[in-house]
Structures are given as C-alpha cells and as structure tokens.
Design a protein around this ligand. Structure first.
Ligand code: FAD
Length: 289
C-alpha cells in the first residue's frame, strides 16, 4: 500500500512554492481533489510515494467567462464549472454540460479540472468533452509557463506530456465561432462508473452546410482520447442529413484501437462507438435547430 509510506504533507500558498517542492523531491505527488489517488494506487502507479503537495490553497479555482470563451483555474471543481456552463445555457456548450452531469455529485464537488486532465485516464468523460471544444491547457514549470492543445497532453494510458515538476495551472475553452452546438454520450456498465465508450461532438453550420466538425472519443476506444478525422471529413461540407450522420458513425471504426478489459471487449467497444457517434451527432444536430 503506497499511501502507508507517506512521510510529508505540504499545503503551500503559492505556485512557486509548489514548483520548489516538486523539484526537490522526484517522488512528490500533487494532490488536488484527491478523488483519483486511490485509483492510481490500485493501478500500482504510486509506488515510492513519500510526499503529497496539496495545491488547493493556490487560488487557482476561479472561472471567468467572456466573449473569447471560458478561462478556468486548475483547482476549480467540476461542480463549479458545471454551474458556470449551466448559467450560459448555450448550445455550443451542450456537450460539456452533458459530460459534467456524469460523475456522481460528491465527486463533482471535490474533483478538480487539473486533476481530471493530469490523471490522463482514457475512461474519464470530461477530457473527451474538452477535446471536442479545442481546449488548451496552461502548464507551469521551473522554466516558466507553456500552453498546450489538450490532445497533446495525453500520451497513453495514465501517461502524459507533463515534465517532472510541472503543474497544470489552468485551461481555456475558446468561444465557438458561428452557429455551433455540441453533445456528449456515454455508455457505462451502470450509473457512477467510468465509461466503456464516450463520444463528444461539436458541429458548426453556415448557410445550411456543416462548416466545421469535431468528433472525439474516449472510454477505452484507445489508450487516450482520440479524434476521428474520417468522421470529421464526412461531416464537413455535408448537410448533416441522416445519411451523413450514419456514414460518420461507421467511419469512426477506422480511427480507434479499442482496449479489451473487464468491462468490455475491443469488438464490443468498436460496435458501440459507431452507434454512439451517430446518436450523439443526432443530438447535436437537434440542438442546432
Ligand atoms: C466514484 C467515482 C466516480 C467517478 N465517475 C466519473 C465519471 O462518471 N466521469 C468522469 O469523467 N470521471 C469520473 N471519476 C473520475 C474523476 O473525474 C477524477 O477522479 C477526478 O477528476 C480527479 O480529479 P482530482 O482533483 O480529484 O485529482 P487528484 O485525485 O487529486 O489527482 C489525480 C492525478 O492528477 C495529478 N494532478 C492533480 N492536479 C494536478 C495539476 N493541477 N497539475 C498536475 N498534476 C495534477 C495528481 O498528482 C494525480 O496524479 C470518478 C471518480 C470516482 C472516485
């Protein structure tokens, strides 16, 4: 049990202090909401852990909305973002609103946006919805600050592009251009569990034709969240009619490499991904009306 070897717990009040603690100790772990620490431990990913650095006193929990989009700090909770998104009541945020409904209330109230992304778990829902919205993250390290398009954060199963000692400090979701709507769908074995397949789509129309499309899939359709260029190519320029939505659903099969695990076989995930993509597209199209 890795957590039984813990020796130190820090609760700094400034990002610089966090960076100093992380650079002094290779085995130190950032603690945000703490809801996935046991999940990481159960997967053998916390061996050697001796120090926890709690980042919830950094003041990174604000969320700002303006004409450019949404800027959120890394320690803003899922529940806080959910309230902000609900207040916008905007079709372009429909997919994110759907995804934020998925985790149980207790998890939403505690889990943070930074933790949800840094965990780099392909079975989470919020990352899939954020990829569909072209989200960028801000990262701080001893060399300064850098920004990264969200898909470039994810390397593989529980692996990401954060260098040792780096911290996610925030994310930005650009306001959708034009007439845009999103939707998100999830298949889980039962309520309050991680996804078997999830799909987030974002569609923009101009003059009756689809001018931009994003189709993102997660939940074990690959070892990270992936986009489907084939589905997006079919949708872009189409009238988003039933034939185009069905063809896009079929096309995702070529862009995924599903995992087999205790929840579902790769074949099952592939079949479900096709149907769920079509259905999620249908919901986004209805929101465009
Ligand atoms: C019972 C249960 C049900 C769930 N259901 C769902 C669901 O339906 N849908 C869904 O999407 N998710 C679900 N989840 C997962 C949940 O979204 C994650 O546990 C949560 O988002 C993790 O955030 P956290 O702040 O608690 O991270 P923590 O547990 O504190 O940290 C997770 C990892 O991220 C690292 N980390 C945290 N913050 C940062 C940062 N700012 N910079 C760098 N590294 C950081 C930590 O070091 C750790 O490695 C569920 C979890 C549980 C326990």
């Amino acid at each position: 049990m890795a957590l039984q070897n813990l020796k130190d717990f820090h609760r700094p009040g400034a990002v610089e202090e966090v960076l100093a603690l992380l650079s002094e100790n290779d085995e130190a772990l950032v603690l945000a909401g703490g809801t996935f620490i046991r999940g990481l431990e159960a997967r053998g990913l916390l061996n050697g852990l001796e120090t926890l650095v709690d980042i919830r006193r950094l003041g990174l929990d604000t969320i700002r909305v303006d004409a450019d989009g949404i800027e959120a700090g890394a320690t803003a909770t899922l529940a806080k973002l959910q309230r902000v998104v609900a207040a916008q009541n905007a079709a372009w945020l429909g997919g994110l609103a759907d995804a934020l409904d998925c985790p149980p209330l207790q998890i939403r109230n505690t889990a943070t946006l930074g933790g949800c992304l840094a965990a780099s778990c392909p079975f989470f829902d919020i990352p899939t919805a954020l990829v569909a919205l072209d989200t960028e993250i801000t990262i701080r390290g001893s060399d300064g600050e850098r920004r990264l398009p969200l898909p470039e954060l994810f390397f593989g199963l529980f692996a990401n592009a954060l260098e040792p000692g780096e911290l996610i400090t925030g994310l930005s979701i650009p306001h959708a251009a034009g007439h845009s709507a999103g939707a998100f769908g999830k298949l889980g074995a039962h309520a309050n569990v991680l996804a078997i397949v999830n799909v987030a789509v974002q569609l923009t129309v101009d003059g009756g034709l689809c001018s931009a499309a994003c189709v993102a899939l997660g939940g074990g359709v690959a070892d990270t969240v992936v986009r489907s260029p084939a589905a997006e190519a079919i949708l872009t320029g189409s009238k988003l009619d039933p034939a185009a939505l069905a063809a896009a659903g079929e096309a995702v099969a070529g862009d995924i490499q599903p995992l087999s695990d205790h929840q579902a076989s790769a074949e099952y995930r592939r079949a479900v991904a096709k149907v769920m993509t079509r259905r999620t597209l249908e919901r986004a199209v209805a929101r465009l009306a």
